[in-house]
Structures are given as structure tokens and as C-alpha cells.
Write a protein that binds this ligand. Structure first.
Ligand code: FPP
Length: 244
């Protein structure tokens, strides 16, 4: 297994599409919800590992804007798990110096969950350890459209010259403003898609698809994924150093 030994070899920002909870449950003849329960345990372990190794930024795709279309029982069970997680894990996150953010469309989220999110963000705002971001009721295309709409409105009201719009300015209108772009995006469960996750932000990210289902994803596999990243060469469109 490739080990991650020093902070300098770590990616700056790892983003994870946590996929495969349903299949994990089906393999065991359990209801899908049981897969999500097991998935929360993996979230906890991955966050602990991230803080243990000194990772700076971790973003987890917890609930997509399309996930509302799932059966009401499953959506309800997931919301129940978010409530439990946000309530029960906050103390440990504070203790570990984690700063929590939640990105996505809050208007569709139940009031009590919205309040928990606000409390969690407020209680951890001064923490300087891991920046942990949950993408929750999140969709990348919607995020980009909202940013474009805001800039268009500013231009229409003569508060902005359209010629001054650059990628850097555009990025300041995204939910992730202030965070570095992910340099490693991991998707579990063998699917090879981005599924509307951090579309703008992942322009230069290394993509790593692992076959393991999310509930089976272990700290060792997480470390191995980061170790693989350290061994890949990133060029951002230029030539390798030896050739340039
Ligand atoms: C994908 O599995 C996973 C989700 C839709 C949600 C991710 C949620 C968790 C890991 C648990 C809760 C998280 C937190 C932060 C408390 P799937 O249901 O799409 O699996 P399948 O593709 O095998 O059906």
C-alpha cells in the first residue's frame, strides 16, 4: 500500500463522491437505509483520518439536488441520519479543530436541519484544522447558473462591467469561494461519473474511481488513494518539466 508519510505529499483538497450505500445493503438483503447507516460510520472514520494526517480540505457529497427524487422513506431516513450526525459529531469535530461548512441550496432543507447547520458553522468558524465541507442539497450546474445570474444582474444594474468577468471573479460567486479547488476527486462504488459534483472546481482535479462500496471504504483505502495522488504528475495543460 502506498503510504502518505508527510503533510507536503498530501493533496490540498480531497473531494469524495460517497457512492454505493444501496448496493452494500442489497448485497446483505438489508433495506437501503441500512447502507446509509453504515455509510455514516465511514464518514466518521474518513474525517478522523483526514484530521490525523493533517489534510487541509475535505469535501463530501452528502446529498445531491437530485436525491430529493428518491422515495420519501429513503429521503426521510437520510435526513434523520444527517440530524443525528450533525448533533452527535459536533463535539468531536470541535475537539479536533475542524471547521465545518455546508454548501448547497438551503431553502429546501427542513428548518431544524438548517438551524443545526448554522449552529455547526458558527461553533466551528474559528477552527484552523481541517476544512470539512458537506455538499448537501447541492448541484454543480445550479451553482454555476446561480453565479452567472448574479453577475448578469450586477451587469444589468451597471454595477459590473461584463469585460471584467474572469474565471477568478466567477469563482468568487460559487459556494466554494475561499476554498482551494479540489486536486483529488474520489468516487467509490465503481461508477465513473461526476454526477453534478463540483463541476467548475474540478477542472484540473485528478479523478480516482475505486470499486469499493462506500460503507466498505476504510481509512487504509483513503490513505492509499492520497498516496496514489502523490505519485501522479499534474501538468495543468503544460508539458512535463523534463520536456519544457
Ligand atoms: C450514495 O449511495 C450515497 C448517498 C445518496 C448519500 C451519502 C450519504 C451518506 C454516506 C450517509 C450520510 C452522510 C452524512 C454526512 C451523515 P447510493 O444510495 O446512491 O448507493 P447505490 O448507488 O448503491 O444505490
Amino acid at each position: 500500500m502506498a503510504a502518505v508519510s508527510t503533510t507536503s505529499s498530501l493533496p490540498r483538497h480531497v473531494a469524495i463522491i460517497m457512492d454505493g450505500n444501496g448496493r452494500w445493503a442489497r448485497k446483505r438483503h438489508l433495506p437501503r437505509q441500512a447502507g446509509h447507516v453504515a455509510g455514516v460510520a465511514t464518514v466518521r472514520e474518513v474525517v478522523r483520518t483526514a484530521t490525523d494526517v493533517g489534510l487541509s480540505n475535505l469535501t463530501l457529497y452528502a446529498f445531491s439536488s437530485e436525491n430529493w427524487k428518491r422515495p420519501q422513506t429513503e429521503v426521510g431516513a437520510l435526513m434523520g441520519l444527517f440530524r443525528l450526525y450533525f448533533r452527535n459529531d459536533l463535539a468531536e469535530m470541535v475537539e479536533r479543530g475542524v471547521r465545518v461548512r455546508v454548501i448547497g441550496n438551503r431553502s429546501r432543507v427542513a428548518d431544524d436541519i438548517r438551524q443545526m447547520i448554522e449552529e455547526m458553522e458558527k461553533k466551528t468558524v474559528a477552527n484552523t484544522g481541517l476544512n470539512l465541507t458537506f455538499a448537501f442539497d447541492y448541484g454543480g450546474q445550479e451553482e454555476i447558473v446561480a453565479a452567472a445570474r448574479e453577475l448578469a444582474r450586477a451587469a444589468k444594474e451597471s454595477r459590473l462591467d461584463p469585460e471584467t468577468i474572469t474565471p477568478e471573479l466567477f469563482a468568487t460567486r460559487l459556494f466554494t469561494s475561499g476554498l482551494p479547488e479540489p486536486d483529488l476527486v474520489i468516487r467509490t462504488s465503481g461508477e465513473r461519473r461526476l454526477s453534478n459534483f463540483l463541476l467548475w472546481q474540478s477542472a484540473y482535479a485528478e479523478l480516482l474511481f475505486v470499486d469499493t462500496l462506500w460503507p466498505d471504504f476504510t481509512p487504509a483505502l483513503f490513505l492509499e488513494a492520497m498516496g496514489q495522488f502523490a505519485n501522479r504528475e499534474r501538468r495543468f495543460g503544460s508539458l512535463p518539466e523534463a520536456v519544457a
